[in-house]
Design a protein around this ligand. Structure first.
Ligand SMILES: NC(=O)c1ccc[n+]([C@@H]2O[C@H](COP(=O)([O-])OP(=O)(O)OC[C@H]3O[C@@H](n4cnc5c(N)ncnc54)[C@H](OP(=O)(O)O)[C@@H]3O)[C@@H](O)[C@H]2O)c1
Length: 315
């Protein structure tokens, strides 16, 4: 049996769906039934139910967005850094292998290869970066699993949410058998206030940047497959291979969904952060070669976005 924490959430719900679809026995626990965020309750739960694997899809994300985490700092730190550490301890004591949903939002920017040199650019909105991205996208490379987070408390600036997620990874480093699955900007074909494609279609103005993104069900299926094929434990970047600019996604929306509205863009970061956002946002490119080397595939990013928009299901 697999024990699933956080099944009532956006990502946990997709895990529950895929586990049921695969016919894998699982138990979804909510804090309403058992407050699994308390160490004694979690330990008792593991001892009683003896799961073969635990999935942690629980965490503190901030509603309606990460700006809320700047105010609820204690909850953010507890939900994203201390709670994973408690799970790690409980799983170590009971010998339970597990997987933790982390985030690619602990990085900012990408690696740019130019004239045989590789440099990290944290801000891909700068004019020279934009030119490289447009002219030679092959010279843009993502962060790998061995790169240190560069949008974290140790390498500021960062949002409090991103800082807490990076701390969460540190807190469970070297503890027992566990996967760290890094998800990034989830989207799929189901209209939902948490879906990146829904957000883009509803925002008054959109923010131009460059990102790797994850199809929610591609992500969940790849995470389950890693466990299923007994891939080595460790960190995995789990985005659809490649990257997209917001403009490219908007063009796909216009071509496929043919919305009545015209899209407007925030002019620059100054206008965006003055009007629409408080805390800095992570925008970054992830390298997925480690995942792909296990033989587990997520569709290339343009293909996954195209399919989601063509199969769009309104709420
Ligand atoms: N959605 C994204 O954009 C995104 C991107 C990258 C990574 N992630 C990560 O994926 C995980 C799940 O995110 P999500 O979007 O599914 O979040 P969500 O919709 O807010 O759901 C999280 C679930 O976690 C449980 N939970 C346990 N402790 C909590 C706490 N202190 N505060 C709030 N909820 C708590 C709740 O379930 P019960 O109360 O029913 O137990 C809740 O339904 C998080 O670790 C998040 O950092 C999310």
């Amino acid at each position: 049996m697999i024990l699933l924490l956080g099944a009532s959430g956006y990502i946990g719900n997709a895990f529950a769906h895929c586990l049921a679809q695969r016919g894998w026995e699982f138990s979804a626990v909510s804090r309403k039934q058992v407050d699994y965020t308390r160490f004694p309750r979690l330990l008792e739960l593991l001892k009683q139910t003896r799961p073969e694997f635990l999935i942690n899809a629980a965490g503190y994300t901030g509603k309606p967005n990460v700006d809320a985490c700047e105010i609820a700092r204690a909850d953010t730190l507890d939900g994203n850094a201390l709670f994973p550490e408690r799970i790690a301890h409980a799983c170590l004591v009971t010998g339970t292998p597990w997987g933790h949903v982390s985030s690619g939002c602990i990085f900012s920017g990408a690696k740019i290869i130019q004239d045989g040199q590789t440099r990290v650019e944290k801000d891909l909105t700068q004019a020279d970066c934009r030119a490289v991205i447009e002219r030679s996208p092959e010279s843009v490379q993502g962060f790998t699993e061995v790169d240190s987070p560069n949008f974290s408390f140790r390498d500021p600036p960062c949002s409090f949410y991103s800082g807490s997620k990076a701390l969460g990874e540190e807190a469970i480093h070297g503890f027992g058998d566990r996967y760290i699955w890094r998800l990034r900007i989830p989207f799929d074909e189901f209209d939902n206030s948490r879906n990146y494609l829904s957000k883009l279609q509803r925002y008054r103005k959109v923010y131009e940047n460059v990102n790797s993104v994850s199809h929610r069900f591609d992500f969940v299926n790849a995470a389950l497959d890693l466990w299923h094929v007994k891939a080595p434990f460790g960190i995995y970047n789990m985005t659809n291979p490649g990257f997209v600019t917001t403009r490219q996604v908007v063009e796909m929306i216009e071509r496929i969904r043919k919305p009545a509205r015209a899209f407007e863009y925030w002019q620059n970061d100054e206008e965006f952060y003055k009007t629409a956002a408080k805390t800095p946002r992570s925008n970054c490119v992830m390298d997925t070669s480690k995942l792909l080397s296990t033989g587990i595939a997520m569709r290339p990013v343009h293909q996954a976005l195209d399919a989601a928009l063509k199969n769009w299901k309104s709420e």
